[in-house]
Each structure stands twice: as C-alpha cells, then as structure tokens.
Write a protein that binds this ligand. Structure first.
Ligand code: PRP
Length: 214
C-alpha cells in the first residue's frame, strides 16, 4: 500500500476522457472503472488509488497532499490558484471561457452584473478590461441568468456552443482556451518522483502521438 500513488479524478465530463488516456498509456484500469459509484477506487495492479472529486475540488485535494496527483481543467486552476505544480497539458476536454449574453444588448452602465461559476477569473478579467462589474456567483446553469434578468453577461465554459445557441445567447468575448492538466503536490513530486515521472512520460508519449496523427 505504501507505494500507492493517489490520483484525484474529476467526476463528470472529463472523467471518461482521462480514463481513456490512462488506458492508452498502457495502464490497466478495470472495465467497471467508468461506471462505478465508488468514490475511492484502488487499482492494485498499477499501484494507483483514485479518488473521485468534484472538478472544482481536485486542486484542493492535491494542495493538501491527500492526493499526490490530480486531473483538473485549466479553468479550475485559474479559479482556485492552489499551491500545486502543473506537469502536463493533457490536451483533453478542450473548450474555452467566454463572456456571453443576450444579443444586441449593452452592459448596464450602472452596476453591470456578471453571473459565473468562476468569480475570481471573471473579476480579474473585467478588472483588466477596466470595467467595474458586480459578480454574481452561481453553481451551474449559468445561461439562465441573462434570460431571466439576473445578469447582463455571463462568464462560462463554451464547448460545442450548443447551450448558448439553444438559449438564444451570443458570445461577446473569448477569454482563454482551456484543456485539462495533470497536477502534482510539490512534496509528492519530490518524494515520489520516479513514479510520477514514469506516469508523465507515458502520458506525454500518447499525447504527442495524437498531435502527430492530427
Ligand atoms: C457547461 C458550461 C455550459 C455548457 C457548455 O455546463 O457551464 O453550460 O457546459 O457546453 P456546450 O458549449 O457544449 O453547450 P455543465 O454541463 O458542466 O453543467 P452546469 O450548467 O451545471 O455547469
């Protein structure tokens, strides 16, 4: 057990792509891996312990050292600013952060409101643009906010763009491209460098071969 590496995985849409990447790198994960409701999954053969966390919480587990490694979106990294190292751009779950709202609408001159799951990223962005806005933190279904008059704009993830289109919203500005990253706790990186580096090398090889293919 003491040689185990603990990896915090984000539950939800990144999970399957991340599992697939690990399999492509030659790690043998059990077939029921993706369907399990368990929050801790030990894969003894590979000496991996996976913990399944909410995506936004992955850097917290890694920062506190209860997970050695984690897989987190760049969006989450920018929002949380945790004390962890980013080891690798996994180039999965590609999407971007954007400012969106109802078409042909200006931001309210007095106290414009921006709804988002990313209050730190949004506040930083509008500060850099020299715009003063009130940030309204929501936990999901962000696109609702401008539709029902809670906010003038939203800052949210755009992946296929379907959610914006189907709700009659348009994109105003693209903030930053997002992919998932492999992150590590700084102490784990020192103490378990051999195993961490092996994992990084195997993943990097798969990522590189995909880049060449495309
Ligand atoms: C995310 C994001 C958008 C949507 C974008 O929400 O917040 O709402 O996906 O994807 P699309 O461009 O492919 O339509 P998610 O489904 O994670 O749920 P949430 O509303 O609970 O945040």
């Amino acid at each position: 057990m003491e040689d185990m590496i603990t990896i915090a995985m984000p539950k939800g849409r990144i999970f399957e792509e991340a599992a697939e990447l690990l399999r492509q790198a030659g790690f043998q994960l059990p077939p029921e891996f993706e369907d399990s409701r368990k929050l801790i999954i030990d894969v003894e053969k590979e000496r991996f312990r996976f913990i399944l966390a909410k995506p936004m919480d992955v850097p917290t587990y890694v920062e506190h050292g209860v997970a050695d490694l984690g897989i987190a979106g760049k969006d989450v990294m920018l929002e949380e600013e945790r004390d962890v190292y980013e080891l690798l751009d996994l180039k999965i779950s590609q999407c971007y952060l954007a400012v969106a709202g109802l078409p042909n609408t200006k931001m309210n001159d007095v106290a414009p409101k921006v709804a988002t799951k990313y209050p730190n990223v949004a506040a930083r962005y509008f500060r850099e643009q020299g715009e003063q806005v009130e940030i309204i933190k929501l936990n999901g279904s962000i696109e609702l906010a401008p539709l029902i008059g809670l906010s003038d704009r939203i800052v949210d993830i755009v992946s296929t763009g379907r959610t914006l289109v189907e709700n009659g919203l348009v994109e105003y500005e693209r903030i930053i491209d997002i992919t998932s990253r492999l992150i590590v706790n700084p102490v784990s990186y020192r103490m378990k460098d051999e195993r961490v580096n092996e994992l990084v090398e195997r993943l990097a090889e798969v990522i590189q071969s995909k880049v060449i293919e495309s």
